[in-house]
Design a protein around this ligand. Structure first.
Ligand code: A2P
Length: 317
């Protein structure tokens, strides 16, 4: 497995298991199986509403001696209803309780979006509050406190653009080490990747396979398929890979962390094997020509009458 080294020498596995959309009743077995296959990096979040079941798999794997806690890389995230500085530590403690861990390897601000404290998912525009009410800088100070208390080893963000990342430079103390964003050949995030590299921030690619199992309400009728693209299929066949393996290998070969989700034993194995594949420059460039600025997770669910958020201000401001 390829690892990327962070500033203090800690190493994060380039391939992680995504758990967004992994249903309870299935995710326990999926994580147990993933750990058996050799996955050591699991990406979680409280809003996926499956952390308690994932925690059961962790605790069993650790107490049985199958894996050591120090060999695991566990990421989780701060949900948007806990951005107030004083709510960050209680939120990470709740996640640690569910995951049955003493610390996270990485804790991320999930979205640059503020929800009312009592709201989990917005139903009306009123459920969403403007960033001015709880500035990202304030939330970042809460993240720094979680780091200081030893509740996590590294802190970062998710769904941040360059401007929002840069705004955190105003805050003294530790800077984000990771930015987790959607990335795949249709949305390569090249400018953001260049900026992150210049700032020593690692980019993690979510939805690397196009997240075709998203709920219908988050899908558009005319979505392009990544896995079915003829060029992806052609190059995959040349390398004797499946299209999913090619997409995972492409993300890792370009220096990003990649976190494909699966709850299927055969596909977990298939995806894990992809981390070892080296693609030549020609294949990398051919795939790069698929860029079309297409977001599967476009943020439109934050946009509603009365909401301070639009897709334009979310991704561009
Ligand atoms: P499943 O969990 O049944 O394996 P993403 O990581 O972009 O969110 O994509 C996740 C979707 O891709 C899920 O529907 C998942 O289904 C599917 N998937 C995961 N691995 C593969 C694979 N190797 N081949 C095809 N589909 C896959």
């Amino acid at each position: 497995m390829k690892y990327y080294q962070l500033n203090n020498g800690d190493r994060i596995p380039a391939l992680g298991l995504g758990t967004w959309k992994s249903p309870t009743g299935e995710v326990y077995l999926a994580v147990q199986e993933a750990l058996k296959i050799g996955y050591r990096h699991i990406d979680c979040a409280p809003i996926y509403r499956n952390e308690a079941e994932i925690g059961q798999a962790f605790t069993e794997a650790i107490t049985s001696g199958a894996v050591k806690r120090e060999d695991l890389w566990i990421t989780s995230k701060l949900w948007s209803n806990a951005h107030q500085q004083e709510r960050v530590i209680p939120a990470i403690k709740e996640t640690l309780t569910d995951l049955r861990l003493d610390y996270l390897d990485l804790f991320l601000i999930h979205w640059p979006i503020v929800l009312r404290p009592e709201v989990l998912l917005p139903e009306t525009g009123e459920d969403l509050r403007p960033l001015e009410e709880v500035p990202l800088e304030e939330t970042w100070q809460g993240m720094q406190m979680a780091l200081q208390e030893g509740l996590c080893r590294h802190i970062g963000v998710s769904n941040f653009n360059q401007k929002k990342l840069a705004s955190l430079n105003q805050v003294s103390g530790p800077k984000p080490e990771v930015n987790q964003v959607e990335s795949h050949p249709y949305l390569q995030q090249n400018d953001l990747l260049t900026y992150c590299r210049s700032e020593g921030i690692l980019l993690t690619a979510y939805s690397p396979l196009g997240s075709k199992d998203r709920p219908e309400m988050l899908k558009k009728p005319d979505e392009p398929s990544l896995l079915d693209h003829p060029l992806v299929q052609k190059i995959a066949a040349q390398y004797h890979l499946t299209p999913a393996q090619l997409l995972i290998a492409w993300g890792i070969n370009r220096g990003t962390v990649v976190i494909p989700k699966s709850v299927n034993s055969a596909r977990l194995k298939e995806n894990f094997a992809a981390a070892e594949i080296v693609l030549d420059t020609e294949a990398m460039e051919e795939i790069a020509a698929l860029e079309r600025g297409y977001r599967f997770v476009d943020g439109s669910f934050w946009e509603r009458p009365g909401s301070p958020y639009t897709m334009a201000n979310l991704w561009n401001d």
